[in-house]
Design a protein around this ligand. Structure first.
Ligand code: S3P
Length: 442
């Protein structure tokens, strides 16, 4: 664990910024590659700790996964239902996505799988995936629905219909992945539209997935036991990682950056819309579709922001972006109201409280409620000068590193280790753009 200081930047951020591959899509490419027949090639896979854990777990279950140069990976799949019982405990580290999606996969394989994670992941709720997966015929042994756990996979899985009780793409995806190895149709009914990378990628691998939009809910139906066919996946740049540099460029005077090939999936791009509502100067060009996913280039120029009321319905499309949105709100003129965010209390940390404490430590007025925050913007440079407790949360660390770049006084961040779970190159990339990030000796 190394603490570091992020110092105010006095020069504009300029030029192209290369953002690594999307974390959600990277996990799914490895998993579907492992469940298909033939060799899948993935380019621009995110080689972060979270994704490497998923790769290691799938290798343990029999998939041959190889890393070549330049972000290219190949996966020799085992086919739907063809994974083998892992002899070791699958340790998913900090990764909620890896853990929950693999619980789905394991739930309909007829063997016992043991799963563990780090201290943060072991505090997160897993009952939300265990309950629907039990309907397939799987059973779980755990304490209080948390990791570590044992999964006894169903020997004769039954397809299920499940109405979501939380807005969670991880839960939805776990059910669909379990449904792959069950005969008949598995249906998920979703009221809040969460990221749909699993549905899109299942189709790209040849599965039949129907999505029916009713007035106030969506029915997603997967036909079970398909033969998934290996394919080539190109992973777009991660909008959740791009978000840190989009906000940094917006806040630092004179900045003008470009980011190529960012996922513009409408269920991920909510932050960009909210920032535009606040006055940000973000232009989207070269919109295209790759593997069924929309991607585009972004150009971001510095702009003065004003506070807004962020509608709770927007939360699923920017659920990981509230820490960095709060930093933008801290620099804006007027107040920004964020509501409907109870899910933020069960992320890698209790993010509502980590954001509120961090902003207060940096001289920003903030009101915290059970499911939201009101940030009273400084209307320009943020005082800074605080010490941030990241609670082992990568996004808290990066968001406050950006705050330090746009503040009047340096911000101290207690721990840089978790940044590697999603964005291992964050520090060198920020430094190349002119950030001064100084490690502090213990
Ligand atoms: C993810 C879904 C979201 C998000 C997480 C990645 C995914 O979690 O916060 O970082 O890849 O499906 P929830 O499903 O818990 O909302």
């Amino acid at each position: 664990m190394t603490a570091f200081q992020s110092h105010p930047i006095h020069a504009a951020l300029l030029g192209p910024v290369a953002i690594p591959g999307d974390k959600s899509i990277s996990h799914r490419a490895l998993i579907l590659g492992a469940l298909s027949v033939g060799e899948t090639t993935v380019t621009n896979l995110l080689a972060s700790d979270d994704v490497l854990r998923t790769a290691a777990a799938l290798r343990e279950m029999g998939a041959a996964i190889e890393r070549h140069g330049n972000g290219v990976w190949t996966i020799q799949g085992c086919g739907v239902g063809g994974l083998r019982a892992p002899s070791a405990v699958l340790d998913l580290g900090n990764s909620g996505t890896g853990a929950r999606l693999l619980m789905g996969v394991a739930a309909t394989h007829p063997f016992v799988t043991f799963l563990s994670g780090d201290a943060s992941l072991s505090r997160r709720p897993m009952g939300r995936v265990m309950t629907p997966l039990e309907k397939f015929g799987a059973s779980f042994v755990s304490r209080d629905g948390q990791l570590p756990c044992a999964i006894v996979g169903a020997a004769q899985p039954l397809p299920i219909e499940h109405e979501m009780t939380v807005a969670s793409a991880q839960v939805k995806s776990a059910i669909l992945l379990a449904g792959l190895n069950a005969p008949g149709e598995t249906t998920v009914v979703e009221r809040a539209a969460t990221r749909d990378h699993t549905e899109r990628m299942l189709r790209a691998f040849g599965a039949q997935v129907s999505v029916v939009q009713e007035t106030d809910y969506t029915r997603i139906t997967l036909s079970g036991e398909p033969e998934l066919v290996a394919c080539t996946v190109t992973v777009p740049a991660d909008p959740s990682s791009a978000a840190f540099f989009v906000v940094a460029a917006t806040l630092i005077e004179g900045s003008d950056i470009e980011i190529e090939g960012v996922s513009m999936n409408p269920r991920r791009a909510g932050l960009f819309d909210v920032l535009r509502d606040m006055g940000a100067d973000i232009t989207v060009t070269r919109l295209a579709e790759i593997n069924g996913e929309p991607v585009a280039d972004l150009r971001v120029r510095a702009a003065a922001l004003h506070g807004v009321d962020v509608a709770p319905e927007r939360a699923p499309s920017m659920i990981d972006e509230y820490p960095i949105l709060a930093v933008a709100a801290a620099a804006a003129q007027g107040k920004t109201v964020m509501r409907g965010l109870d899910e933020l209390r069960v992320k890698e940390s209790d993010r509502l409280s980590a954001i509120a404490q961090g902003l207060a430590a940096c001289g920003v007025r903030v009101d915290e409620s059970p499911d939201g925050l009101i940030v009273h913007g400084c209307g320009g440079a943020i005082p800074g000068g605080g010490r941030i407790v990241t609670h082992h949360d990568h996004r808290i660390a990066m968001a406050f590193a950006v705050l330090g770049m746009a503040a009047r006084s340096p911000v101290t961040i207690d721990d840089d280790t978790m940044i590697g779970t999603s964005f291992p190159d964050f520090m060198p990339l920020a430094q190349r753009l002119g950030a001064t990030l100084v490690p502090l000796s213990q």
